[in-house]
Ligand binder design. Sequence first.
Ligand SMILES: NC(=O)c1ccc[n+]([C@@H]2O[C@H](COP(=O)([O-])OP(=O)(O)OC[C@H]3O[C@@H](n4cnc5c(N)ncnc54)[C@H](OP(=O)(O)O)[C@@H]3O)[C@@H](O)[C@H]2O)c1
Length: 343
Amino acid sequence: MRTRPLGRSGIDVSVVTLGSMNFGKDLDEREGVELVAAYLDHGGNFLDTADCYADGLSETIVGAARRRLGDRFAICTKTGRPMFDDERQSGYAPQRLRNALEASLRRLGVDHVEMYQLHQWDPAVPVEDAVETLAALRDEGKIGAFGIGNVPAWALGQAYGFCRGRAIAGADAYQYHYSLGCRDAEAEILPACVAHGAGLMAWSPLSGGLLTGKYATQPGASGPRRGDKPVGRRGYGFERLADGWPAICESLRLVADRTGTSMTAVALSWLLSRPGVVTAVIGARSPAQLAETIGTPLPELGPEYLAALTENAPAVTPYPQDFLTQVLPGWDLMAVTRREAVG
Ligand SMILES: NC(=O)c1ccc[n+]([C@@H]2O[C@H](COP(=O)([O-])OP(=O)(O)OC[C@H]3O[C@@H](n4cnc5c(N)ncnc54)[C@H](OP(=O)(O)O)[C@@H]3O)[C@@H](O)[C@H]2O)c1
């Protein structure tokens, strides 16, 4: 599998990261370790977890994989969402961040992680303060690099400006929801990645399974369901696909047929063609699902295929981007941010 530099972190990560949100929930320890082993066999080298996933069990299983399979993958973990539904176990006050990292390291059975991230927004703590704590943890060698996710783009700008002002290295990665099923990140987040030299880790690139083609798309069918739950309610952003996902699946199927690959591989290839995106953070329930997606090299998609895929998956262009598109025909936000990017 190809690798790419993750921002300026100094680590090269595989273009597909294995997410472990379902470890300790859908997958027990044996199944989780087996999935990690299959992922490594396909050439992957980066695992994503978080302290809140299954209230710490996901980290424990990733730690078990590390012990059994060795030092063959880098770990990204996150904090900031409550564990055990306890709001006190979230937030970015300096001591809480330090305690949360220590607890994650214990569960993972390691003395440092390659990437540590803020999982979401904490309006009670200025983002500059949180970043200052993360930079200190990096200086102490407890984390190799840090990242931020699920915060407004202006806060990313504040964090970036703060770090530049202090001549310290800033966030190396941003982690956001981005896929053919939800292109909102294109308005602000992708340009911020490019401008700040951070790499995007794109979560839920298959819209939690909706873009795999496994759900009925025919009129009259019972609709997308997972167990006894409508899939659209399962995760953030998927409900917006209530009407749109069958058409996106049709485009994916068409391109998959023409390129002799799978719909899931095509969905990832599209994502990885986008500026700023470094790696797609996928989920899988079994080695068989993984094999379908990454068992063969991801296809390189030419412009005609890329255009066919977005035909049924239009981007949302909010103000002021929409305004600028009208008054500056042909303007390109990515080009502007690239010009302004500071190494
Ligand atoms: N930073 C954040 O706020 C955030 C939020 C969400 C997720 N994440 C990260 O992103 C990771 C992935 O999230 P996700 O699970 O929503 O991602 P996803 O890749 O969009 O969806 C994964 C799901 O799709 C289905 N699937 C995958 N490959 C398949 C195949 N070949 N055939 C049929 N079905 C297939 C499986 O669903 P079934 O289990 O139903 O079969 C699998 O659990 C998480 O583990 C986590 O690490 C981060």
